[in-house]
Design a protein around this ligand. Structure first.
Ligand code: DHB
Length: 403
């Protein structure tokens, strides 16, 4: 295959495998610096646009979309959230981000971030090929790596590049190209998953609600005034077909119920999915001329809303070092990428796994475990230091922060 003839050969400085937010934002940032890219993805644009993903953008990431010229739709259609509600033992507790750390987050779904980036690529004349197959990444230990793929019409193509970026998500094929004896994989599995729904219903609360209950975790999020996104903790092997609407609402209502009489607004359920998750990091994030970014290099459980933000931070750093490497500084500039990206990755790994364990009930947990967890929740919401810690982590860390 590697040497079979192809129908076209294209040359660009950077070939990007993966056209999700990480790959497209990298292409956008490089494009602004005059560096050409070709992005390929196995999925169709429609498939990416209709797969529900994360919902929360750090204020810095929202600002970057506007300031780098992607577009300003996030400011018009997104919702700025200055806090979040943590519920446990039937009581609500507001964490006021603005007051505690002077920052906020934006409720702006990943599908919208993707659409904005894909539209910006079209507008700016960027090349993105969706729906490709048989992707091969070749010669990454040389200074002339290649990417080969089959287009939807069956024709074969080759991209010759100076660098290849693997931004191909949590099921990355690129990450496997780092030789097995030279890579380290760190990870953790969780004994639960999330059951996610989209429901046609009015908004139940002005901000997100993260709820702990002895029956398990629930998260109440939003999409529009008439469509809501919610999740509840379930078994990783749960089947969506076992859940009719009534049972889903009963489960969600039980998990958010409390002495304040809080109730969710119900409506027809439009979509149901079981979302498995894990904590994962692969090092190194670069092998020769190939660099990994976003979920391809690391994934986090969704509880801390970090995954998309982390991917966007990776490509911010990566664009900076690639511009310098290609601008004459040479390959040495790339050495900065991993340490700069990884500091935030491990902070986010810690926060995401901490939030997950704080709010979920582990199967087989003892009465001691439950009471200890309630004690921890009380420490978090009942002390300024606890609230500030959560606010600081959830809103992201200012770029370059080390303190
Ligand atoms: C959403 C998803 C998350 O994982 C999270 O922590 C907050 C919000 C969402 O889909 O809206």
């Amino acid at each position: 295959m590697a040497d079979a003839t192809v129908d076209t050969v294209a040359s660009v400085p950077v070939a990007i495998v993966g056209g999700g937010p990480a790959g497209l934002m990298l292409a956008h940032r490089l494009g602004r610096a005059g560096i050409g890219t070709i992005v390929i993805d196995t999925r169709s644009r429609r498939e990416i646009e209709t797969t529900q993903r994360a919902g929360i953008l750090e204020a810095d990431a929202a600002r970057d979309l506007v300031e780098t010229g992607v577009c300003d739709r996030v400011l018009r259609e997104g919702h700025e959230h200055e806090g979040v509600e943590i519920r446990f033992a039937g009581r609500p507790h507001r964490i006021d981000f603005k007051e505690l750390v002077g920052r906020s987050v934006w409720l702006y779904p990943q599908t919208d971030v993707f659409t904005d980036l894909a539209d910006a690529r079209d507008r700016d004349g960027g090349t993105v090929h969706f729906g490709v197959k048989d992707t091969e990444v070749l010669d990454i230990t040389t200074g002339a790596p290649r990417v080969r793929y089959t287009a939807p019409d069956g024709s074969r193509h080759e991209i010759r590049a100076r660098y290849v970026v693997g931004a191909d998500g949590s099921r990355s094929m690129c990450r496997h190209l780092v030789p097995e004896d030279r890579r380290v994989r760190y990870g953790k599995e969780y004994p639960f998953a999330w059951f996610g729904i989209m429901a046609e219903a009015p908004t139940s609360a002005p901000e997100l609600v993260y709820a702990h209950s002895e029956h398990g975790f629930a998260l109440i999020s939003q999409r529009t005034e008439t469509v809501q996104r919610m999740y509840f903790q379930c078994d990783p092997d749960e089947s969506v077909d076992a859940w009719q609407d009534d049972r889903i609402w009963e489960t969600l209502q039980a998990r958010v119920a409390g002495e304040d009489g809080f109730r969710l607004q119900e409506g027809p359920i439009l979509e149901k999915t079981v979302l498995r998750f894990r904590s994962f990091v692969q090092e190194p994030m670069r092998w020769g001329s190939m660099v990994l970014a976003g979920d391809a290099a690391h994934t986090v459980p969704p509880t801390g809303a970090r995954g998309l933000n982390l991917a966007l931070h990776d490509v911010k750093v990566l664009a900076d070092v690639l511009v310098r490497a290609l601008g004459g500084a040479g390959e040495g500039a790339l050495d900065e990428y991993q340490p700069r990206a990884l500091q935030r990755v491990w902070r986010a790994q810690n926060f995401s796994s901490w939030m997950t364990q704080l709010l979920h009930t582990a199967p087989g947990g003892t009465p001691f475990d439950l009471r200890r967890q309630l004690g921890e929740l009380d420490n978090v919401v009942g002390t300024r230091a606890g609230r500030a810690y959560l606010a600081e982590q959830y809103t992201g860390w200012p770029a370059g922060s080390r303190a």
